[in-house]
Ligand binder design. Structure first.
Ligand code: ATP
Ligand code: MG
Length: 422
């Protein structure tokens, strides 16, 4: 019979990689918690309307990347392509937003029907952070210093650059949009096909077109920063001042617009050149209009999403995965002879008394030599040997696999003392 394969762009994460992911997730979690962020979980499936109304009807995501189905009751439902919309929906529905400040995080799979390549999958995974109820630049600065701290913790700061821009208010964006369309319409025939199409639907997205000819035309185009209202200008200036004070370096990129309609004022991306075309590792910004757009009371909000696949690739590419991450065992228990009861009881006692100890029991019998080979291959530092003599005496023998130290036979309590010392 033929074998059934996974869907294109949906990959399996095998133990060697998942060890890196766990390391990564532990770091992210501890940084988020150190700033007082709390976890929110919400469904992977939502009403299609939620994403259309938030991300925007004429964005790439909604136009061509969503996994949308009719369920058995003929309702249109969609696998979440990102987390912000669901996070806002859940927070609003459960009364977390009105007159409150929330600092939230979530993680999990997201789904987009894209062309799979390195760092671009159809099922990918994000960590997200969203803050509700704060409108000043201080919280924007907090999110950015928090991500900068994460890069330091992971040892990858030197490989990431922060790109920063302000999209201003909805009103000044609309004025700018008109000016941009007037200018670009004069060059319509010379624009790339995507940009021609976007001229009517989403002209701001033309700014980040990859076509060199379009980029050349854009050199003479009106600039978004010249259209910013006073409030947005002051917000951006204060944010830059806070980042300067905190020593977080950034590049102002007036062409950074992001592919989702809900952003206004601050937008940012952390990018690397170590991953080829898929260089954006973390992206986000302010979306003060979204809660209201989804039926809630006006609520300022800001957040980011961070791509775990890309971060894991980056850690690997720049050699930032500590050696210890690959090791999943401290000790391997070798049981020689008819000693399965003693081996079981000794190992259980050790796990009870040394909760940190990662100990694997050899199961399935076999010669001493063979078991010791397995102990060595397991990556553990020590083998714990239970033979018939040890079983009789209630002891075990510690054999050091990576150090030139004599083996020793000890009681369980003595072993606990030795193993707890590390
Ligand atoms: P890109 O420009 O690379 O398509 P995006 O602007 O569509 O990214 P966002 O919607 O802002 O991405 O998502 C935030 C982060 O999630 C991205 O910076 C990236 O790290 C990650 N990400 C987005 N799409 C994918 C994907 N298809 N596969 C893997 N990671 C992704
Ligand atoms: Mg994309």
């Amino acid at each position: 019979m033929s074998k059934i394969q996974s869907l294109r762009g949906m990959s399996d994460l095998l133990p060697e990689q998942s060890a890196i992911w766990q390391y990564l997730e532990d770091k992210i979690l501890s940084v988020l918690q150190s700033y007082g962020y709390r976890e929110i979980r919400f469904p992977i499936l939502e009403n299609t309307e939620l994403f259309k109304r938030s991300i925007g009807e004429v964005t790439d995501i909604v136009e061509k990347e969503m996994y949308t189905f009719a369920d058995r009751n003929d309702e249109s439902i969609t696998l979440r392509p990102e987390g912000t919309a669901g996070c806002v929906r859940a927070s609003e529905q459960n009364g977390l937003l009105y007159n409150q400040i929330q600092r939230l995080w979530y993680r999990g799979p997201m789904f987009r029907y894209e062309r799979p390549q390195k760092g671009r999958l159809r099922q990918f995974h994000q960590f997200g952070a969203e803050v509700f109820g704060l409108q000043g630049p201080d919280i924007d600065a907090e999110l950015l210093t928090m991500t900068a701290r994460l890069w330091r913790e992971l040892g990858i700061s030197e490989h990431l650059t922060l790109q920063l821009n302000s999209l201003g208010s909805a009103a000044c964006r609309a004025t700018y949009r008109e000016a941009l369309v007037v200018y670009l319409s004069g060059y319509k025939e010379q624009l790339d096909a995507d940009s021609q199409r976007r001229l009517d639907t989403n002209p701001l997205r033309i700014l980040d077109s990859k076509s060199p000819q379009t980029q050349e035309i854009l050199l003479g185009a009106p600039k978004l920063d010249e259209f910013l209202d006073a409030d947005s200008q002051a917000h951006f200036k204060q944010l830059c001042g806070l980042l300067d004070a905190a020593g977080v370096a950034y590049e102002i990129n007036h062409k950074l617009v992001r592919g989702l309609d809900y952003y206004g004022k601050t937008v940012f991306e952390w990018v690397t050149d170590a991953l080829g075309a898929q260089g954006t590792v973390c992206a986000g910004g302010r979306y003060d209009g979204l809660v209201e757009q989804l039926g809630g009371k006006p609520t300022p909000a800001v957040g980011f999403g961070l791509g775990e696949e890309r971060l894991a690739l980056l850690l690997d590419a720049v050699g930032a995965v500590p050696d210890s991450v690959a090791r999943h065992l401290d000790a391997y228990l070798v049981a020689v002879g008819d000693v399965s009861t003693a081996a079981l009881l000794v190992s259980e006692a050790l796990r009870t008394k040394c909760p940190q100890l990662r100990l694997q029991n050899h199961c399935g019998g076999g010669s001493f030599k063979n078991q010791l080979k397995k102990a060595d291959r397991s990556g553990a530092d020590i083998a714990l040997i239970v033979g018939e003599d040890e079983a009789q005496a209630g002891t075990l023998t510690i054999k050091y696999l990576r150090e030139n130290k004599d083996q020793l036979t000890v009681s369980v309590d003595e072993a606990v003392a030795l193993l707890s010392k590390g």
